[in-house]
Ligand binder design. Structure first.
Ligand code: MEV
Length: 335
């Protein structure tokens, strides 16, 4: 039987996370770390998922087609999370393209899963495309992005379309929420953005971080609203600096954005340690990326990548070099 392998990139929020939930713009970028999904048909009707390299302990799970048929007893919460997205993506793709019998699905990730690097979006869009290809359908990028967003929304209850869009199209996107829809435009960077991504395990998930910001905004509405609109202004200045290739200014804006995120309580001691040590090691700017509560930082550090990575390891965290990826979701091979 034909085996289809599709890859999709992870992402970083360069600027504007959290404020985007309240209508401010944000800048997101696909990164050169990818997640791979391979799908082949089975003669029975089972969906068998091999999640062997998610940069967390791997397992093999066999689950049936019905909602209630996913009884998994394990401590590996993040694996269960990843599996929920895969199963939903198979359901959504089969409803859209017509059902196949069972499938074997293999997943591999070049980045940690559940760390705020958009792996749930990457696994959703890659599974949608791989399943559709295996069923003989060539979906457009717009179809993949929108079906991927449906998967994230149904699993999480709510989701902004930016992660699935950037994983589908690749590159850099300016996201502008407006009533009833989100407008996303591609942005061309005037220079390379050599980044170091720092990582520390998350203390709580995106949903909880979003709730915390909402509670803070309810308790101090004027202050929090002015912080969120200041983040929006940082994004506008960053878009101009990005297109003009002004890396120093971008670094300064990253530092400002981080300060504003600290002020709404989404950083942690470890995240701040990474940010401050990266700056001391020569980064032009450093900030948390994504929802916070642990997870990842990004540091803009042309020529200083090695010292920044060493500085991050000194505070007990891991890191990797990364850059912006033009390539979005991609059919890798058909065997
Ligand atoms: C996560 O990358 C960014 C948040 O703003 C959540 C979202 O926009 O969906 C925290």
């Amino acid at each position: 039987m034909t085996k289809i392998t599709v890859s999709a990139p992870g992402k970083v929020a360069l600027f504007g996370e959290h404020a985007v939930v309240y209508g401010q713009p944000a800048l997101v970028a696909a990164i050169d770390k990818r997640l791979y999904v391979s799908i082949e048909g089975r003669s029975d009707s089972l969906i068998k998922i091999h999640a062997m390299d998610l940069k967390i302990p791997g397992v093999v799970l066999t689950i049936g087609r019905s909602e209630t048929d996913m009884a998994i007893e394990t401590d590996f919460e993040r694996i269960i999370d990843a599996v929920s997205y895969i199963k939903k993506a198979v359901d959504v793709a089969s409803a859209y393209c017509g059902s196949m019998k069972g499938v074997n699905i293999h997943i591999k990730s070049e980045m940690p899963v559940g760390a705020g690097l958009g792996t749930s979006a990457a696994v959703s869009v890659a599974t949608i495309m791989a399943y559709a290809e295996a069923a003989g359908h060539h979906l457009t990028e717009a179809e993949i992005s929108s079906l991927g967003h449906k998967v994230e929304s149904e699993v999480q209850g709510t989701a902004s379309p930016m992660d699935t869009a950037v994983s589908t199209y690749g590159g850099l996107l300016l996201v502008r929420p407006s009533i009833g829809k989100t407008v996303m435009t591609s942005v061309k960077a005037g220079a390379d953005l050599p980044l170091v991504v720092g990582y520390t395990p998350r203390e709580c998930g995106t949903g909880e971080m979003l709730r915390r910001v909402r509670r803070l905004k309810e308790s101090a509405p004027e202050s929090v609203e002015s912080i969120l609109s200041a983040i929006g202004k940082v994004v506008s200045e960053a878009e101009a600096a990005l297109t003009n290739g002004e890396l120093r200014k971008l670094g300064t804006l990253m530092d400002i954005n981080h300060g504003l995120l600290e002020s709404i309580g989404v950083s942690t001691k470890k995240i701040s340690e990474m940010v401050y040590s990266a700056r001391s090691a020569g980064a032009l700017g450093s900030k948390l990326t994504g929802a916070g509560g642990g997870g990842c930082t990004i540091s803009l550090c042309p020529g200083k990548e090695q010292s920044v990575m060493t500085a991050i390891s000194v505070v007990g965290c891991t890191s990797f070099k990364s850059s912006i990826a033009r390539k979005g979701v991609t059919l890798e091979c058909t065997e």
